[in-house]
Design a protein around this ligand. Sequence first.
Ligand code: SAM
Ligand code: SF4
Length: 327
Amino acid sequence: MSVPLVDGFGRVHRDLRISITDRCNFRCTYCMPAEGLDWLPRENLLTFEEIERIAAVMVDRFGIDSIRLTGGEPTVRANLPVLVEKLAALGVDLALTTNGATLGLLADKLAAAGLRRINISLDSLRPDRFEQLTRRADLNRVLDGIDAALAAGLDPVKVNAVMMRGVNDDEIVDFARFGRDKGVEVRFIEFMPLDADLSWSSDKVVALDEIVSTVGDVFPLVPADRSHSPAALWHYADGRGSFGVIASVTEAFCGSCDRVRLTAEGMFRNCLFAVQEHDLRELLRSGADDDALAAAIAGAVRDKWAGHAINQVHFIRPGRSMSQIGG
Ligand code: SAM
Ligand code: SF4
């Protein structure tokens, strides 16, 4: 029998994000420096068996029902379908966030292994800009990856686009049209202060209100029930799908946050912006039993703060970038 994973503010946590590698085949300017970061030594990464063990404790003891694999780029980890199969067997809603570049080869195998949903990151539909942003000339591979995900029956297929002032904010309507035409839900993401080169500033954030009014000027919209999703959602009034905005900066959803995170080296984080981590790998490798693991996880969640305070003077930026935490 499981008990809810509750913090001091009464928030129940059901969603686990697992970063399975800090490595990446892209170098997105808002996430990584051109030369990459210092990768973790392989022996520091949790093995598939260790990931499965922590996930199983979280499902059995705390009723976690949703797991998302991320990174770094999760598809660069060898034998990813093997891990997907292990986690799908826990009976959770299993999802993946990826840059999409290798999905042409992998989408079928991932779906067969039990993956259900997928988010593919894509920040420009223009080849030259895509190359500037990712430092890779792979737009067509990502577009093929989106098609492969749809053809493999992954559902929903969502496209994540980080919007940055003066970089790609002139593509808001293009993305909306792309989503409508392809039958995928675009999720516009506000740029967060988790970039590796510390170039973030609040004037580079393209806010939810602006995104919605820009899309709404072209395609009439109907607001959707937000329920528990961190994304604010809108339907197109003509019935051709919907889009979302993840407004982590201008409309933080900390009050209803149900997420916890595990980094590639086994650090448990109770918030994306946490400055403190809890070392589960050390516990695992020193022979801790499931009771000890569950106690460490429950303690880490009890300590969770009310919210990230990005817009306040006392905000402390985490010492790691999004690719090292797991977006
Ligand atoms: N490599 C995979 C990918 O790109 O989808 C998974 C990891 S990536 C860190 C996860 C998500 O974080 C991506 O959608 C990416 O666009 C987003 N991201 C990275 N840096 C960000 C930032 N500074 N602000 C907002 N989103 C960011
Ligand atoms: Fe890699 Fe994803 Fe970061 Fe881009 S956003 S550099 S694809 S981890």
